[in-house]
Design a protein around this ligand. Sequence first.
Ligand code: NAD
Length: 505
Amino acid sequence: MSALESNLSKVAALLERFRAAPLGHFIAGRHERGASRDLIDNLSPVDGKIINQVVSADPQDIHAAATAAEDALPAWRAKTGEQRRAILHKVADAIEARREEFALIECMDTGQPLRFMSSAAVRGAENFRFFADRAPSASDGQALPAAEHMNYTVRQAIGPVAVITPWNTPFMLSTWKIAPALAAGCTVVHKPAEWSPLTAMMLAEVMTEAGVPPGVVNLVNGVGERAGRLLTEHPAIRATAFIGESRTGSLIMSQGAPTLKRLHLELGGKNPVIVFEDADLERAVDAVVFMIYSLNGERCTSSSRLLVQRSIYDRFIERVAARVARLKIGHPLDPETEIGPLIHARHLDKVLSYFRIAREDGAQIRIGGHRIEALQPGLYVEPTLLTHASNTMRVAREEIFGPVLTAIAFDEEGEALKVANDTPYGLSAYVWTSDTGRALRMAHGVEAGMVWVNSENNRHLPSPFGGMKASGIGRDGGDYSFDFYMETKNICLAFGTHRVPRIGV
Ligand code: NAD
């Protein structure tokens, strides 16, 4: 039996349970069918067939989940950091024990290749371990002594939080939000994307089995415009941690305004990778190809705008195109596959529409530019390289969120920086040069929350992750996450020596 056949038979057995009944919610430690009759078909990107049905939450379900999170808060917040650390390590153990299941299900639900989802499952466990170890010190504050007073700060969990996640790497992204929230002492209501709901339910179950008490993590399924909106408006929810499109982020901001919710928004990007003529071109080609074509290009930090110095433009494009031609397109469960199908027919249409737009705007399609008809009904597009583009074209300005790279030539450093910054987005940027001074000038000048010099997106969990401009508000990672999930409180104690103002004497 081939590895693909073996994975297909494993995943068929794993999906059986999801086919048995519509997938509902997970509230206060129990599976709940919910009151709603609205069902969503969860379709497979591989063959367009229904994997299972999902119940879309109605206001009663959202209220039940938010109330469960509110009720569970005092006991969870009162646990010591060491107690939370122990439970969250058990969650990490349980994820590791079932990492193959998480990876296989994720691939079928999203179309992401197994080679990437296997490491994403492991990363999910790492996220829990990383924040578990920081739980005991999460409340530590600062000592701020004054002449006659002792000020000190402590951090306390903000309260029940909403975690709303997208479909591109849903499991890993859910853990990236839920782990620090739990470590901080918050309780959670998670709403996963309606196009990829399966691993979220598995995660809720695993957390509960590992000892996270009932109500501390709750899950509601449903469409964003209704279930998500109701959750972000609910008065019991104190903060919303959101990952998704910039347009949705702006809606969530206004939805949370009447209840003054704290917000963390991780949004879209149109990230430049800037390659200078003095770069190590071998490594730059590797990074450029990896950062746009891995994860099917459905990656917020993908380097979707390639800015190449004109003196090496033709040579560099030649090398990138040769690699694109050799990308292995196939079934997501085949360990050899590098490019899988896109998540949904609506998303496929969006990506395909940019091939027409590219032609209309005058960019050249160097390679790709079509749906892969032979793999129908799978939602496959050819990995595509657009060349001779200018930064005013829509393919250079809009987030395509597929395996599509837009290449633009530049002449000198100042122009590269101007083009890099001429975008509504500001998530990440990548600079390739062997000139340290230039690397520093570019890194400081570029408007992006994260800059990688001579590197692809290389994650380091204590470092801040997040974007500027339309790419988001706030940072995740290490202590930055705790700043979001916790309130900083200042406590001021008098030495008893200062003069207290007297009035009405
Ligand atoms: P999306 O904004 O359509 O949906 C994200 C989530 O929001 C889903 O769960 C959806 O149901 C929910 N939602 C939709 N409307 C809502 C509303 N009005 N109120 C509350 N919730 C609502 O995004 P998507 O298409 O699922 O994901 C792709 C986007 O996510 C891309 O733009 C990508 O760049 C971005 N993304 C960003 C990061 C990051 O870290 N910056 C990471 C991954 C993905």
